[in-house]
Write a protein that binds this ligand. Structure first.
Ligand SMILES: *Cc1c(COP(=O)(O)O)cnc(C)c1O
Length: 437
């Protein structure tokens, strides 16, 4: 039976409540029905194709319907799709935890599984607070996040998220967190110094009440690809250690090779890892939901007791789902086989293709970290993001700017031709939007 685009759009609007969407507006700009995906391309029902420049919300690392990931999932599906991880265990979860621990040199040797990014954030916040409590420091129950930081949208994660459009309506429900200046590189070295001074001032005053600082290492994604230097992270680690406060590295968006190293944290060249590192999004290469929290022996030991209530009793029904773990292991196989080297070459091609745009007077702050590239549009017209998204579709590009920031977070499938296709499509969409404004 053949289906038409308008019919699917109408049925979707009637029955599906779309995320991150004002549904009244969706009536006028209906969702695009996608029939299938292959590599970096998505295909609609009318014979058009679109390059998935945002990797379907930053999850799809190796393209759609990747044969290796699919094979790993199919094999697991016929063996053991799922078993609960309390009272039972399974090999895909064990292997995944061991392999990730090895990637931290054993520093983060304990892996707790969740299902979405936000659930990993909740787990880390609870583990931080509860470990202090178990150590007799129950007064350490406040959290610190960075300005414009994003850590998810459940009630706990939203409390450490500083994005007004997601947060404001729920503000009365949220725990109070401290929000500290971000070391945005657009504000220069001065901005970084100020951000560190503000963090120090807060920790000097309140560290006995503070459990943890949570950051997105190197790139604050949802803020609009706001980047900072590895030196900031190194200084922040030293400072949180000095004041006896946990550091949570939320690598849900920046992990899995996105910024050039497997963990973004590796670029900090810090003598010490954070107390918690969170992964989700890319860890299953855009196939199945999975998240995980890696933590230290010290945190783990704080829960070790014959007393059940001192344990970490948190759970989700699909915790450590075997299919998702099998997919994640297949993702790690790619990294064991030279993915970071391939990413370094791709990152160069992307940068070279977009370099001429730096001269364009209509944009500013062209910036890149690994396979994230972004720029800000000056004097952007009203509803720029939506206009740009629609214009780009006419050039076979699926892209969703954040405010006036246009960014690419493509699948790791960039070649010279793809890179110049992307630069051309972005420039054409920019011309369409700005010349018609
Ligand atoms: C996407 C994201 C989250 C939340 O993950 P979900 O799977 O959407 O719940 C948390 N932190 C960061 C940095 C993210 O980019």
């Amino acid at each position: 039976m053949s289906v038409s685009t308008p019919e699917l759009q109408q049925r979707s609007l009637a029955a599906v409540w779309h995320p991150c969407t004002q549904m009244a507006r969706a009536e006028r700009v209906p969702p695009l029905p996608i029939q299938r995906g292959e590599g970096a391309w998505l295909y609609d029902f009318d014979g058009h194709r679109y390059f998935d420049a945002n990797s379907s919300w930053w999850v799809n690392l190796f393209g759609h319907a990747d044969a290796q990931l699919n094979a790993a999932i199919k094999q697991q599906l016929d063996t053991l799709p799922h078993v609960m991880l309390a009272g039972c265990t399974h090999e895909p979860a064990i292997r995944l935890a061991e392999r990730l621990s090895a990637r931290t040199g054993g520093a983060l040797g304990h892996c707790f599984f969740g299902s979405d990014g936000a659930s990993a954030v909740e787990i880390a916040l609870k583990q931080s607070f509860h470990s202090w409590r178990n150590l007799g420091q129950a007064e350490k129950r406040e959290f610190v996040c960075l300005k414009n930081g994003y850590h998810g949208e459940t009630i706990g994660a939203l409390a450490v998220t500083d994005v007004a459009i997601f947060r404001d309506a729920y503000d009365p429900l949220l725990m109070r967190a401290h929000i500290v200046e971000s070391p945005d590189t657009r504000c220069g070295i001065e901005g970084q110094v100020k951000a560190l001074a503000a963090m120090r001032a807060l920790l000097e005053e309140r560290s006995p009440q503070i459990a943890a600082v949570i950051v997105e290492p190197l790139v604050q994604g949802a803020a609009g690809m706001v980047m900072h230097s590895p030196a900031y992270l190194r200084a922040l680690r030293a400072m949180t250690r000095e004041f006896n406060v946990h550091l949570i590295a939320d690598e849900i968006a920046v992990g899995c090779g996105r910024t050039g190293t497997f963990f973004a944290w590796e670029q900090a060249e810090s003598p010490e890892w954070p107390d918690f590192v969170l992964l989700s999004k890319g860890i299953t290469g855009g196939t199945l939901p999975l998240s995980l929290v890696l933590t230290t022996e010290a945190v783990y030991r704080a829960f070790w007791s014959e007393d059940v209530t001192r344990g970490f009793l948190h759970s989700h029904s699909y915790t450590g789902n075997a299919l998702a773990c099998a997919a994640a292991n297949a993702v790690l196989d790619r990294f064991d086989a030279g993915q970071l080297e391939r990413n370094a070459a791709q990152s160069k091609m992307l940068g070279a293709a977009f370099a001429p745009l730096a001269e364009d007077p209509r944009i500013e702050h062209l910036r890149q970290r690994g396979l994230i590239l972004a720029f800000d549009v000056k004097d952007a017209p009203e509803r720029f993001a939506e206009k740009f998204h629609l214009a780009a579709r006419q050039h076979e590009l699926l892209i969703r700017p954040i405010g006036h920031t246009v960014y690419l977070m493509p699948p790791y499938l960039i070649g010279p031709a793809t890179a110049s296709f992307l630069a051309n499509a972005v420039t054409n969409a920019l011309n369409d939007v700005l010349l018609s404004a």
